[in-house]
Design a protein around this ligand. Structure first.
Ligand code: TYD
Length: 204
């Protein structure tokens, strides 16, 4: 597989703080007039919308079907001719994504055969992977505070297994992926600074 230049992926458990950090980094690029796009998986596109319905238990399916939907949503997210990430990168933008295929490997592998997950996720790697490592208990506390209807994965034991999968995957990244692991227990500001200074050492 290959590396997608200027593609920055944020990963972490639910409640780890990826959404806040990605938004703050986008604000920084905005301030510096750097062309960028911010995006997320599952997407808001039709396949992503179906995934949300499954997570909200409005539609019932199997873990394998869900895994393949995540991969289908990702393929569309990458290669859609009008809004695909590949196209945005070709246009010279920095693309920031809240989650990518690492989420599938970490989450879907809990219930599905990992080789199936890997096979359907043969996508190019990002140039940068930022993993916000937040202990399960802290994530659970934040999820609770949000008071949202609990989605399928908002469960402590599940998240503990997901975290193990993430850590294992981080140890076998494709060469050329620059990994930054940040301690999710630090303050928002401290984490933000750490991410910025890491990326700026690569002129991003
Ligand atoms: P996300 O939108 O990040 O969560 P939130 O709605 O709390 O902001 O992701 C929704 C859920 O989907 C989350 O539990 C992680 C899960 N997920 C997977 O299981 N596999 C995947 O490939 C992706 C992208 C997300």
């Amino acid at each position: 597989m290959s590396i997608l230049k200027s593609f920055i992926v944020f990963e972490g458990l639910d409640g780890a703080g990826t959404t806040t950090q990605i938004r703050n980094l986008a604000r920084y690029y905005e301030f510096n007039r750097r062309p960028y796009s911010i995006t997320a998986e599952p997407t808001g596109n039709p396949i992503g919308q179906l995934i949300r319905k499954i997570l909200q238990k409005k539609v019932v399916t199997t873990p394998e079907a869900l895994a393949m939907l995540y991969a289908a949503d990702r393929s569309d997210h990458l290669y859609n001719p009008s809004y695909g990430i590949a196209r945005l990168i070709d246009e010279g933008r920095i693309v920031l994504s809240d989650r990518y295929f690492y989420s599938s490997i970490a989450y879907q592998s809990v219930e599905c055969d990992r080789s199936l997950i890997r096979t359907v996720n043969s996508f190019p790697s990002p140039e940068f992977l930022i993993f916000i490592d937040t202990p399960v208990e802290d994530c659970m506390r934040r999820i609770d505070k949000r008071g949202e209807e609990k989605e399928l994965f908002d469960r402590a034991e599940y998240l503990a297994a997901v975290r193990e999968n993430y850590l294992e995957e981080l140890g076998r990244l494709e060469s050329g992926v620059n990994l930054l692991v940040v301690d999710g227990r630090k303050s928002i500001e401290e984490t933000e600074k750490e991410i910025r200074s890491y990326l700026s050492s690569f002129s991003l």
